[in-house]
Design a protein around this ligand. Structure first.
Ligand SMILES: [Zn+2]
Length: 315
């Protein structure tokens, strides 16, 4: 999780922010169309001048859409990006298809500048010529990012396109802080650290499937953390909790109950086990709730691990 993300605000406007309504899709496609009309894809999809074959006179919309279809085969459409049809029956959700379209467009942006017609290409009166200016790429990228993020904000969607061209889901500041703190240290078990890294990275994904995997990794990490102090799980947990809470305190009991409950959640729902008799996790709200709840517990447990602290002291 990078520092940029920690400045994000987090809002809970949607339970199902994995379902995009038609208005937000339209808003995004109109934004992309604007960049097509501003010649911002002439490097990869140029329309050439008849008289001067090396010269670009605009964006070849058909080539642009074909390129997009090559990358996202689920979509249908002719040469008008605002009329693209997303396949709602596909395994790839509509949201993922839309995100892929945005990321495709971002990847192919360039800054187009008008070439002075009066001097070089005086014979072309019916159109103008453009060239790409590499040094201005960031300008056009920033402008594109702003346009897309305005669409997300206007429709209270928890997503943000970032400078690396990827779309991330905004998450609560508290979770970012917990993860930043965690990443400063290592446990004695690299597998646990890897599971936690993967869980937090995947939790930022716009794709619901990836966030479900994030839950699975977090639960797997929890199961490993329970054995890091001693091969006997019960003894191991007891060693950790003794460091965190006063003996026989109500809070220690509460924490133990919570750990048992989280273990049970991992068995009852389709988190670690995918049999059909396990209840399915359906939407963002459910994933967020479980991820936050487990994160709080893991955050405390890590602080109680002696191995975690020893490494901290060495560094
Ligand atoms: Zn020309």
């Amino acid at each position: 999780m990078n520092k940029e993300i920690s400045k994000y605000s987090y809002f809970v406007g949607n339970i199902n922010d994995e379902e995009l309504n038609d208005n937000v899709v339209k808003c995004i496609l109109i934004a992309i169309d604007k960049f097509i009309n501003n010649n911002c894809f002439i490097r990869e999809f140029p329309l050439k001048c008849d008289k001067h074959q090396t010269q670009n006179i605009g964006v070849d919309k058909q080539k642009f859409i074909s390129g997009m279809k090559g990358h996202i085969p689920e979509i249908l459409g002719s040469n008008d990006v605002t009329r693209i049809i997303f396949n709602k029956q596909s395994d790839k959700s509509q949201l993922v298809q839309v995100m892929n379209v945005i990321e495709f467009a971002y990847k192919h942006l360039c800054y187009a500048e008008l070439i002075n017609k009066d001097t070089e290409y005086y014979s072309c009166t019916e159109h103008q010529h453009y060239k790409c200016i590499d040094s201005e790429l960031q300008t056009v990228q920033t402008s594109f990012i702003n346009e897309i993020n305005i669409c997300f904000e206007q429709h209270t969607l928890n997503f943000e396109l970032q400078q690396d061209g990827k779309i991330y889901r905004k998450i609560a500041d508290e979770l970012v802080k917990m993860n930043d703190e965690r990443k400063k240290f290592k446990t004695i078990d690299p597998e646990t650290d890897n599971l936690l890294d993967t869980a937090y990275n995947k939790f930022l994904s716009a794709d619901l499937k990836e966030r479900k995997t994030a839950l699975e990794k977090l639960w797997d990490a929890f199961e490993r953390i329970k054995t890091l102090e001693h091969s006997d799980k019960q003894k191991s947990v007891e060693i950790t909790l003794t460091k965190l809470f006063k003996e026989s305190s109500k809070l220690k009991c509460l924490f133990e109950d919570e750990m048992n409950e989280l273990t049970s959640i991992g068995n009852k729902f389709r988190i670690r086990h995918h049999e059909t008799n396990k209840e399915l996790i359906r939407n963002s709200l459910e994933i967020d709730y479980l991820f936050h709840r487990m994160s709080a517990t893991i955050h405390a447990l890590l602080k109680g691990l002696s191995a975690y602290l020893i490494v901290k002291n060495i560094r």
